[in-house]
Design a protein around this ligand. Structure first.
Ligand code: HZT
Ligand code: MN
Ligand code: MN
Length: 430
């Protein structure tokens, strides 16, 4: 199904600098500090069974040429007992919730949700390893396509190269640069190159059985942006601290905005106030659903909706030197089936064929054009645009602030256990 040249390219992508000492993955203190294993499968297409003789001989050839590579092995090989590291535990902020911390009943309730928590923890450990590799290998001069392939092949490999709906990529890799705040990933043929002065939001999604870990950081190669990044990192951590059962969403937004807007950025002798991007939000996460219907504002919008026991949230904040307001603009890459897509009648043969391919490959998980092509679709664009117009597929175009502005993002996934909250995606990096 996949051309030999492509396989070679993917194998080459996974090559890393030869190192004599092992390079442990990123981990948060006690979280996930396990050395990488020895050799196992590589990333890219297919699992062990699907590995072709051609690919095996290519791998050997590479070895013989002494281009040593650290092979990425499924994360299961590091945790034989299936117990993945827990995230950062935090107590709930409200006085009325003090009883939860010690309640035997609440601890019992938590066990009923344990399968879900385990899947999130596995996804989070994959996320920490993927982003560690991303942070150490992304360099100016790389194309956006090379960067996306590097991250996504790493996610696939750590997830064991299983079916897309079982585990792996939770949504398209966001690689939004400068005034583009979110939802940019390269489409096929994108020739854009990352530059030294760029401010890139790296938004990575990893899912295990539909439990999606949604976490993002901002990558720069010049320390002149440091106060922007610090503002957004602190704003996100404030949102995480304020979050909890029975907390009003608008109150979280108010706390985030206050911290974010206490910062400014001086660039080339001009001082910019840092604004929270008021029409971007965090959100709850459902099974195979990246946004479950609740939004977590990053300004106080007066929303009195409360967070509830057992819910999972992506806490994300965006800061900007521009307007602090984004509009949809540019070629779309991100898509997902609409929430009630089954209620919409689908017109046309080509549309129905594309829809069933989307359903079998991604279900309700978001995807991008590159993933459709990888699944063997071609000349699909007309049908795709029709599905969007019919309301079956939702498009998520790039979200941009004013030209010349710089935007940054930090994001974590948190789990609202009955007794405590867990910042499951926390690492020693952010
Ligand atoms: C939509 C499509 C995707 C969810 C937030 C987000 C990246 O802006 C309610 C609040 C991936 C994610 C999403 F392909 N979006 N987090 N990480 N994007 S959102 C949203 O559409 S809906 C925020
Ligand atoms: Mn995200
Ligand atoms: Mn998100």
């Amino acid at each position: 199904m996949i051309a030999e040249e492509e396989v070679t390219a993917q194998v080459a992508d996974l090559k890393v600098e030869q190192t004599s000492t092992s390079n442990p993955p990123a981990s948060a203190g006690t979280i996930g500090s396990v050395a990488t294993d020895g050799e196992a499968d590589e990333g890219g297409e297919g699992g062990e069974e699907g590995e072709t003789a051609a690919k095996k001989s290519k791998s050997k050839k590479n070895k013989n040429k002494n281009k040593k590579k650290k092979k990425i092995t499924t994360i299961d090989n590091s945790y034989a007992d299936g117990k993945f590291p827990e995230g950062e535990w935090m107590e709930y902020p409200l006085e009325v919730n003090l009883y939860r911390t010690t309640s035997e009943e609440k601890r019992y309730d938590d066990r009923l949700l344990n399968n879900k928590w385990e899947d999130f923890r596995k996804g989070a450990e994959i996320h920490r390893r993927v982003r560690h590799k991303a942070k150490s290998s992304i360099k100016p001069g790389m194309t956006m396509t090379e960067i996306a392939d590097l991250i996504e092949n790493s996610t696939r490999a750590y997830s064991g190269n299983v079916h897309t709906k079982t585990a792996g990529i939770g949504f398209p890799t966001g690689l939004s640069v400068n005034h583009i705040a979110a939802h940019y990933t390269p489409n096929a043929g994108d020739k854009n190159v990352l530059k030294q002065e760029d401010v890139m939001k790296v938004d990575i999604g990893v899912h295990v059985n539909g439990c999606i870990v949604d976490s993002a950081f901002t990558l720069t190669f010049d320390d002149k942006y440091d106060s922007l990044l610090q503002a957004v990192k602190e704003a996100t951590n404030t949102g995480i601290k304020e979050a909890g059962i029975d907390v009003r969403l608008g109150d979280i937004g108010g706390a985030i905005q206050e911290v974010m807007e206490s910062y400014e950025l001086e660039l080339d002798g001009k001082t910019y106030p840092i604004k929270a991007i008021r029409n971007l939000n965090g959100h709850n996460i459902g099974d195979y659903v990246i946004h479950g219907g609740k939004t977590v504002p990053i300004v106080n919008n007066g929303d009195t909706t409360k967070m509830e026991e057992g819910e999972t949230f992506a806490i994300e904040t965006f800061g900007s030197t521009g307007e602090g307001y984004v509009i949809p603009q540019g070629e779309c890459s991100h898509y997902a089936l609409a929430h009630e897509y089954q209620k919409v009648p689908v017109m046309g043969d080509r549309c129905q064929k594309l829809l069933s391919s989307i359903e079998s490959n991604f279900g309700t998980l978001p995807w991008c054009r590159r993933y459709l092509e990888r699944a063997g679709e071609d000349k699909y664009l007309l049908a795709l645009n029709q599905l969007v117009r019919q309301g079956v597929v939702e498009d998520y175009p790039p979200l941009v602030d004013v030209r010349g502005s710089y935007t940054a993002q930090y994001e974590h996934t948190i789990l609202l256990h009955p007794h405590k909250k867990e910042v499951v995606s926390r690492g020693d990096d952010y």
